[in-house]
Design a protein around this ligand. Structure first.
Ligand SMILES: Nc1ncnc2c1ncn2[C@@H]1O[C@H](COP(=O)(O)OP(=O)(O)O)[C@@H](O)[C@H]1O
Ligand SMILES: CC(=O)N[C@@H](CCC(=O)OP(=O)(O)O)C(=O)O
Length: 259
């Protein structure tokens, strides 16, 4: 089976010029078919503030009312996505910027109102793996923004980690998928204040213990939940590392394994 690399890059990395530059260089150096999924939560929060739109987050998810949906559509689908595409083109990587609505690649359903009304937030229902495969075969490098659509004309805000995991799982029938989560730290840390405390390998059993001890918290919990779900759906390998870890060989950062 052919190898496919999917890299997810978080908001803090795409916002810092130096980190972004090294990510674009190292991502461009990856051989074979590849996909980049990006976040941009921090840029959306900053732009919302400039536009006088209030930001509300619940458990790491953005409450997306109509005004915030306008902001995230502009910021993720426009500013952040196109800056990444232009940066990759400068490295001769034939990037194609898209949201889940483009080519109907990722369809979702607006999250039902529960205890919290998240507004225009989508939960993924379908990923068109064959559409993405056609783009990859044509030599394009899809750069996917964290936006999906409901098939009835409504754009929806969707967490970028969840999108990367869903795309990786969907493409696992056709490819041996290597999924890499790039964020601002060198991996999952035993001590959040010590960058040298990277945990080499996490299994679901180790994860439960780390969660109980409070060693993994916040945004790392949904990242790991998504990752173990993706491994169960056939993704070959998942790593969590910082952008420099992309060039650092297959053992940089934290490796996730089912056993
Ligand atoms: N043990 C841990 N190791 C590394 N990061 C952790 C850990 N526990 C919690 N975190 C937090 O998880 C965050 C990463 O999750 P998130 O903000 O969702 O990332 P992203 O920028 O990729 O969207 C880090 O900024 C860090 O504060
Ligand atoms: C529904 C929801 O929360 N969507 C996220 C999408 C961006 C994202 O995931 O960005 P990071 O990877 O930088 O966190 C948000 O608007 O913050």
């Amino acid at each position: 089976m052919q190898e496919l690399t999917i890299v997810k890059v978080g908001g803090k990395v795409v916002e810092e010029a130096e980190n972004l530059a090294s990510l674009l260089r190292d991502f461009s150096a990856i051989k074979g078919p590849k996909i980049l999924v990006h976040g941009g939560g921090r840029s959306a929060t900053a732009m919302a503030q400039r536009l006088g739109v209030e930001t509300k987050m619940v458990e790491g998810r953005r409450i997306t009312d109509a005004a915030m949906l306008e902001v995230v559509t502009m910021v993720y689908g426009g500013l952040v996505n196109k800056n990444i595409v232009a940066g990759l083109q400068a490295h001769q990587t034939n990037a194609l910027g898209m949201t889940g609505a483009d080519m109907n690649i990722i369809r979702s359903k607006r999250r039902a109102k529960g205890a919290v009304d998240y507004g225009f937030v989508g939960d993924i229902e379908a990923v068109d793996a064959s559409g993405l495969t056609r783009l990859l075969t044509a030599g394009a490098v899809p750069v996917i923004a964290p936006l999906t659509h409901d098939g009835q004309g409504q754009m929806l805000n969707t967490n970028a980690d969840t999108m990367a995991s869903a795309v990786a799982a969907a493409l696992s029938d056709q490819f041996q998928v290597m999924l890499v989560f790039c964020f601002e730290l060198p991996g999952v840390l035993r001590d959040i204040n010590n960058r040298d405390s990277v945990i080499d390998r996490i299994t679901p059993e180790i994860y439960q213990a780390l969660k109980k001890e409070g060693i993994v918290a916040d945004g790392m919990i949904p990242k790991l939940d998504n990752s173990f779900a993706a491994l169960e759906q056939g993704v070959a390998q998942i790593r969590i590392t910082h952008p420099q870890g992309l060039a650092g060989g297959a053992d940089a950062g934290t490796m996730l394994r089912l056993k």
